[in-house]
Ligand binder design. Structure first.
Ligand code: SF4
Ligand code: SF4
Length: 498
């Protein structure tokens, strides 16, 4: 067992209201500068939808993440030994400006400098890249709130998992059904971006696993842009370097949550420490697709287990980190309650950002312009959920519907439990039955309710002080040597000054 500590996150999608406050907070702090205009390190997508960049989930086109070769070894989809050098100079699988969008501003001077006339002056949109007039035909949230659907939403790659009939039903009701998917870099434990970089410029910080780009050593090859299946590394056309979400490490180091976490209106974002076994990462990521969520969970270590604590101490993980791991809301959501799932685990990067899938209202549909409730009782059968379980399974469990079904059952059970308490229209026997079926005790249901609805900042954001000056990115293994097993981290007691 090789115990490492990792900063990790949960986004609770039942609480996201799609307000984009997170995106704007990040934009204002980090990417409001030349060369970065088109970058949204944090973006919020409407699902079903195509996202940003367009159809980023389509790895037949973008070839991001890892795949298993014939020898059952993990290899990058974006580059093989045979085409490594060729793809350094020309990579046809990278998104271009058309897939992102051409950033624009407005010629505001037109409003004040226009000559007197009969009409109101207007501010023409101009390209932030060329400065020329432009017609706006795309944006980072072009299909926001299902705008333009089903034209755009029908191109969502996850819909491929549905039958024709399911698609028809989905689009029949899609005018009143959607969910939001906020996305930042997942700070993966097996990051394909790190493994792909020819210059070794991308790295995971030893003490917390944050994935960063060294701006001094980046040579702008853009192999990371192609290799990240989530398309969360961007190329700055002004500096000629790659950039990405830095998890606001300057804020974390001073005890503050990342800006997108802090500004989140819905309080959907949780941050905490997970301990994991770096020696098991590679093997776990070789599991068959429908077993990937379970093998992902098996890499995470119980922070209360004495053997894990001893292993963490032996590897130089501080007592404060271990204590934070024991209070981690992420551990609770991912492992204790098994409510939060990784996004597209089939990309095999072991993302350290997890999502609680939305328990959408069930069984409502627009008929004759009237909203009808088909359910015979307050909570309806999961099989009539407006977004098919199969669709959510395509997003969060590599197609394994049972895993999403189990998550939904637990969320439903908590709602039954609280409904019985607050409105008193559900039988106690019914509540006991659904809790039993979901594998939850009343105490756990209450805990989930508290953490989901009422938790204050210090319970949603549980991070130890990070002492950069006494930590080093210490793996003793260069990114080149460690391709395929990129679990880096402190492996000996850090000493001041190293
Ligand atoms: S999502 Fe994962 S692969 Fe993509 S940039 Fe972040 S760490 Fe790298
Ligand atoms: S963590 Fe910080 S850098 Fe990353 S997306 Fe959020 S605000 Fe941006």
């Amino acid at each position: 067992m090789n115990v490492r500590a990792h900063v990790s996150m949960v986004f609770h999608l039942d609480k996201c209201i799609g307000c984009h406050t997170c995106s704007v907070a990040c934009k204002n702090i980090w990417t409001d500068r030349p060369g970065a205009e088109y970058m949204w390190w944090n973006n919020v997508e409407t699902k079903p939808g195509t996202g940003y960049p367009t159809r980023w989930e389509d790895q037949l086109n973008y070839k991001g993440g890892w795949e298993l070769n014939d020898q059952r070894e993990l290899q990058l989809k974006s580059q093989k030994k045979a085409n490594y050098f060729q793809k350094i100079f020309y990579n046809p699988n990278q998104p271009g400006l058309d897939e992102y969008y051409e950033p624009w501003t407005y010629r505001y001077g037109d409003l004040t400098n226009a000559p007197e006339g009969d009409d109101q002056p207007t501010a023409r949109p101009i390209s932030q890249i060329t400065g020329e007039d432009m017609d706006i035909e795309a944006g980072p949230n072009w299909d926001d709130d299902l705008g333009g659907s089903p034209v755009y939403a029908a191109n969502d790659p996850n819909l491929d998992a549905l039958t024709e009939d399911e698609r028809r039903v989905l689009f029949d009701v899609e005018q009143i059904t959607m969910m939001y998917l906020p996305r930042i870099c997942n700070h993966c434990a097996n990051p394909s971006c790190v493994a792909a970089c020819p210059s070794g410029a991308l790295y995971k910080r030893g003490e917390d696993g944050i994935v960063l780009v060294n701006q001094d050593t980046c040579r702008g090859w853009r192999a990371c842009v192609a290799a990240c299946p989530y398309k969360k590394v961007y190329y700055n056309w002004k500096t000629g370097k790659a950039e990405k979400c830095i998890l606001c490490y300057p804020r974390i180091e001073t005890g503050q949550p990342p800006a997108c976490f802090h500004s989140c209106v819905g309080r959907i974002r949780y941050m905490g420490v997970l301990l994991y076994d770096a020696d098991r990462v590679e093997e776990a990521m070789k599991a068959p697709e429908d077993a990937l969520v379970e093998s992902h969970r098996s890499v995470l270590l119980d922070p209360f287990d004495p053997a894990v604590i001893a292993g963490a101490e032996a590897n130089g993980i501080s007592a404060q980190f271990i204590e934070s791991a024991q209070r981690s809301p992420v551990w609770n959501y991912v492992m204790k309650w098994k409510l939060a799932l990784p996004l597209h685990p089939e990309f095999r990067t072991l993302p350290m950002l997890y999502y609680v899938p939305p328990l959408l209202p069930v069984s409502g549909r627009a008929g004759d312009g009237i909203y009808q409730q088909n359910a015979t009782e307050f909570f309806s059968n999961l099989d009539s959920a407006r977004l098919p379980i199969r669709y959510l399974a395509s997003l969060f469990s590599a197609g394994n519907e049972k895993i999403v079904h189990d998550v939904m059952k637990r969320q439903m059970a908590v709602r039954y439990f609280k409904r019985a308490q607050d409105v008193d229209d559900v039988d106690a026997s019914k509540v006991h039955a659904v809790l039993r079926e979901a594998g939850l005790s009343e105490a756990e249901a209450e805990e989930i309710y508290q953490m989901t609805t009422l938790a204050p900042m210090n319970e949603r954001y549980v991070m130890p002080p990070i002492q950069r000056e006494v930590n080093i990115a210490g793996s003793g293994c260069s990114p080149e040597m460690c391709k395929g097993s990129c679990g880096l981290g402190a492996i000996s007691t850090p000493e001041r000054g190293l």
